[in-house]
Design a protein around this ligand. Structure first.
Ligand SMILES: [Zn+2]
Length: 84
């Protein structure tokens, strides 16, 4: 492997690692401090990790299914309580 190929390989790995860390941090933040609120029935919930990962990302939130009424809606994460 030439130095340039190795450099590209390492940069690629670094970018991949950074993307994974970013995703992990955002999921951790969600599970520690945030939840979704269903616009149809008002139910507050945290979906399972696998559902979070495979749900459709849209703008700030996700298209996710409510466990209470079963509706698939666009929801944005909400803070559990205001931090001041
Ligand atoms: Zn609902």
């Amino acid at each position: 492997m030439t130095t340039v190929t190795l450099m590209i390989f390492i940069i690629g790995l670094a970018v991949l690692a950074a993307a994974m860390i970013y995703a992990a941090v955002s999921y951790l933040r969600f599970y520690r401090r945030e939840h979704f609120t269903c616009p149809k029935c008002g139910c507050s919930f945290r979906p399972k990790v696998l559902k979070m990962i495979f749900s459709v990302n849209a703008v700030e939130g996700k298209i996710i299914q409510c466990p209470n009424c079963g509706k698939r809606e666009y929801m944005e994460p909400k803070q559990d309580r205001q931090e001041e």
